[in-house]
Design a protein around this ligand. Structure first.
Ligand SMILES: [Zn+2]
Length: 86
């Protein structure tokens, strides 16, 4: 028997409500990592995509992916030297 319980399976209807294309258009920051997660709504009535973003330069979550972390667009400071790799 096949199971339909795999809530993480990707289907095209998810993309219609997905923010990722808009984010990519608005923000070309190469340091931005987008993470998409399929979330089931209450009682399985439809699904949605939760998009989160983080910056590999600041190692911090980005609250507004369309805008960016706010650091990568600024002139270089001593930030990267102080931060190191990990
Ligand atoms: Zn950044």
């Amino acid at each position: 028997m096949e199971s339909n319980s795999d809530g993480s399976k990707w289907t095209s209807d998810l993309c219609s409500g997905c923010r990722v294309p808009r984010i990519v258009l608005a923000n070309a920051c190469p340091n931005l990592i987008l993470e998409a997660e399929v979330q089931s709504k209450f009682l399985g009535l439809g699904r949605s995509v939760k998009v989160s973003a983080r910056c590999i330069r600041t190692h911090k979550p980005v609250e507004e992916p369309e805008i960016g972390c706010g650091l990568c667009h600024q002139p270089l400071t001593g930030f990267e030297l102080a931060e190191g790799d990990e």
